[in-house]
Design a protein around this ligand. Sequence first.
Ligand code: ZN
Ligand code: ZN
Length: 193
Amino acid sequence: MNIERIGTLVILALIWMTFPIILVGKEDGYANAVVQSLFLFYWSYMGHVYAHNISLEYPLNIINTHVSLHHSEVKNVPRWFELMIEAGSNFMGFYVLHIAQSITGIKLFNLKLILYAAFLYIGVHIFYYSLTDNKYHKVHHETSFKNFSPEIFDIIFNTRKNNVNYDKISMINEIIPALISYYLVVYIFKFSK
Ligand SMILES: [Zn+2]
Ligand SMILES: [Zn+2]
């Protein structure tokens, strides 16, 4: 594991977290914004791990489209359709937090950040990982219990499969989805008022 790559991942994490701070820092407090976004990034990792774990057995291996469709070798639907379904299930993976908060009345996360995290996950997974054939993510498709990403969490939780030949992290491909997610949230809240 080279130190330069870890440095890049840390810088990236800081950039990813800057947008949540701008989005809700004033509203919820800056420290709170940091804690919320850290948890939501952890959630994107954990949710992915959990999605694979619960789908080891029937019927969840069929019902969970992330496993039965996105990870399946043979796609019985067009790729664009499969990726749309994947984006939808990614979105729901975050939106359940909002649903749970509405039902219980316990509000821990700002909806703005739930949406930001959902869009960011979709952006990185669909546009960067799936459409550019990213090597790091390819390993996840060959060995489902490795390289869940974000990569920094794979390092922390020891699910990273080491390989010196991974493509260099493309900052552009990682930052643009964050930027788009940020603006999407800003516009959604602007027009829903
Ligand atoms: Zn994938
Ligand atoms: Zn997966």
